[in-house]
Ligand binder design. Structure first.
Ligand SMILES: NC(=O)c1ccc[n+]([C@@H]2O[C@H](COP(=O)([O-])OP(=O)(O)OC[C@H]3O[C@@H](n4cnc5c(N)ncnc54)[C@H](OP(=O)(O)O)[C@@H]3O)[C@@H](O)[C@H]2O)c1
Length: 159
């Protein structure tokens, strides 16, 4: 299954200056326990922002560049199709972990979204999710985390 996982502010912001515009340790812990043991796919900007492979997960960096440098054990793939083929060979879930351009590239193939609602409005953010990104998804499941955070879990509507 291909799962998008994102933390999003009240005004749909997800990033500022190449980084997250907030620090919520409860969300980082939730992200870790949700993704560990699986595959994570990230864009090259998010890869540079994180700065290292996420431990306990198979790390895939999406890039069209031939020159991107990654440590041993990290895989660089150059298209969504390459990731889907990788998914078919592999029984684990694939978590699309951002940023905006990678969420956009996978929008049509994401089966489930896991969305942490950040209780802030980030006026000076520079990276946003589209307002309609959950239009084709339904779900009432929610998990309350400490730090006044709520995580919503949504599934693609099958009509
Ligand atoms: N709030 C959250 O949950 C969350 C999660 C993750 C990231 N973020 C934030 O989002 C921001 C970064 O987002 P971004 O959109 O600027 O960058 P990004 O999606 O992380 O990376 C963009 C790069 O990924 C590669 N790429 C994207 N689509 C591709 C495709 N279809 N095929 C091949 N390569 C592809 C390209 O790399 P090349 O240029 O190397 O070809 C592109 O320049 C940061 O502020 C980060 O902190 C927020």
């Amino acid at each position: 299954m291909i799962i998008g996982i994102v933390a999003i502010s009240k005004n749909f912001a997800i990033g500022r200056g190449g980084k997250l515009p907030w620090h919520y340790s409860e969300d980082l812990k939730f992200f870790k326990r949700t993704t560990v043991g699986n595959v994570v796919v990230m864009g090259s900007t998010t890869w540079r922002s994180i700065g290292k492979a996420l431990p306990g997960r198979e790390n895939i960096v999406l890039s069209r560049s031939k020159n991107i440098e990654v440590p041993d054990g990290v895989t660089v793939l150059s298209s969504v199709n390459d990731v889907i083929e990788f998914d078919e060979q592999d029984g684990r879930d694939i978590f699309v972990i951002g940023g905006a351009s990678v969420y956009h590239a996978f929008a049509d193939v994401i089966d489930r979204w896991i969305v942490t609602e950040i209780p802030e409005t980030i006026e000076d953010a520079d990276t946003f999710m589209p307002r309609d990104f959950l239009d084709e998804f339904d779900g009432e499941d929610a998990i309350d985390l400490d730090d006044n955070l709520r995580v919503r879990i949504l599934h693609r509507r099958r009509d």
